[in-house]
Ligand binder design. Structure first.
Ligand code: GLC
Ligand code: MN
Length: 350
């Protein structure tokens, strides 16, 4: 299933970027909250050729994985294996300093550090040639009500993102866009910016001078953990003109975050999602946020990527073949159940 080195997974007839992306963190050591590493740790820059061999065109990394000082080295290593940085992101969750949040911390000096890190991440992204910086809500949240004042939190987020947006605009024009990624819980009991809707609300309150630089990076599993439908979440982003990036994976019911391969749990919804992306002419990068499962052997660490990519390419082609005229006519005839049947036919039928 693994394609030869030079072969990349590409999405046929897609508008804009046709290659796929994945995070360097996807190829981890298999630790979870209940047990430490089960695989040898692969140095971050050594993961670039693994992602390339797995057929990825783009890699994604946190500032904690590729710090500013390593940007030049990363560029050279990436170029050598024919992969480039699609997205870069500040880690607001790994360092103990952010244990109670970054931009929403009660401590002004931590909020300031978060803003500074956000600006640095924008510079690193620009240097790496990445067009998108993602802000995942990470530890922005609360385990106990009233430990933060929720109304202040909104003001802190507006202040932080306004400063970051202004910096991005002044320093890089429209070159680097900023995509906020929602998640409802984990690592916190409750997270701010829990859903696509919340993120869009926050963006609507940002300074109009740089509001256009802000969008959303929805992750299918995160919508699922929130008990929401990810097709609708993506449609909402598209209608708002705010689908800047996307993280695909799957989630086996509404539990802890599993980061399973794309296409595994809900192929019919995934097919519908791809129909939506195709019809909207989404030009951006499609990336996976999956996790090499703990039981997988070191040598098979990239299976989670090749399985996701193969599923995506198969489903993408099936989505291209979905007859939009048939969909429309079933809608016109008010045959909702028949629409589900037609999608199933496209997926499973001959
Ligand atoms: C973390 C999150 C992931 C997010 C990434 C980028 O790895 O688990 O969902 O996309 O950070 O910020
Ligand atoms: Mn993600």
């Amino acid at each position: 299933m693994t394609p030869p080195m030079e072969q990349k997974y590409m999405l046929r007839s897609k508008k804009g970027q046709t290659g796929l992306g994945a995070g360097v963190w996807n190829l981890g050591v298999g630790s979870d909250p209940f047990g430490g590493p089960v695989r040898e740790s692969i140095a971050i820059l050594d993961r670039l050729p693994l992602l390339a061999e797995a057929g990825m065109t783009y890699y994604e990394a946190h500032d904690s994985e590729i710090p500013a000082e390593q940007v030049e080295e990363a560029k050279a290593r990436a170029a050598a294996c024919g992969i480039s940085c699609g997205m870069y992101t500040p880690s607001y969750f790994a360092s103990p300093i952010f244990k109670d949040g970054a931009m929403t911390s009660n401590a002004p000096e931590i909020r300031k550090l978060a803003t500074e890190n956000g600006k640095k991440a924008i510079d690193s992204a620009a240097a790496l040639g990445a067009s998108t910086v993602v802000f995942w809500n990470g530890r922005e949240g609360f385990d106990f009500v009233l430990s933060k004042n929720g109304r202040d939190v909104i003001q802190r987020l507006l202040e932080g993102f306004n400063q970051i947006g202004q910096y991005a605009k002044e320093k890089h024009g429209d070159k680097v866009r900023l995509a906020i990624e929602p998640k409802p819980n984990e690592p916190r009991a409750n997270m701010y910016l829990a859903t696509v809707g919340e993120v869009l609300y926050l963006i609507s309150r940002l300074d109009p001078a740089h509001q256009h630089l802000f969008g959303v990076n929805p992750e299918t599993a995160h919508s699922r953990i929130a008990g929401l439908d990810y097709v609708w979440d993506v449609e909402l982003c598209l209608e708002a003109g705010k689908l800047f990036h996307i993280h695909l994976n799957s989630q086996d019911s509404q539990r802890y975050d599993q980061d399973l391969p794309f296409g595994y749990t809900e192929p019919l919804k995934d097919l519908a999602l791809l129909v939506v992306l195709q019809d909207a002419g989404y030009p951006g990068i499609i990336a996976f946020d999956v996790k090499a499962p703990r039981p997988d052997e070191q040598k098979d660490i990239a299976d989670v990527l090749t399985v996701s990519a193969q599923n995506l390419v198969w489903l993408w082609d099936k989505a291209l073949a979905v007859d939009r005229g048939v969909l429309q006519s079933l809608r016109d005839q008010k045959r909702n159940t028949a629409i589900a049947g037609y999608l199933a036919q496209c997926l499973y039928g001959r």
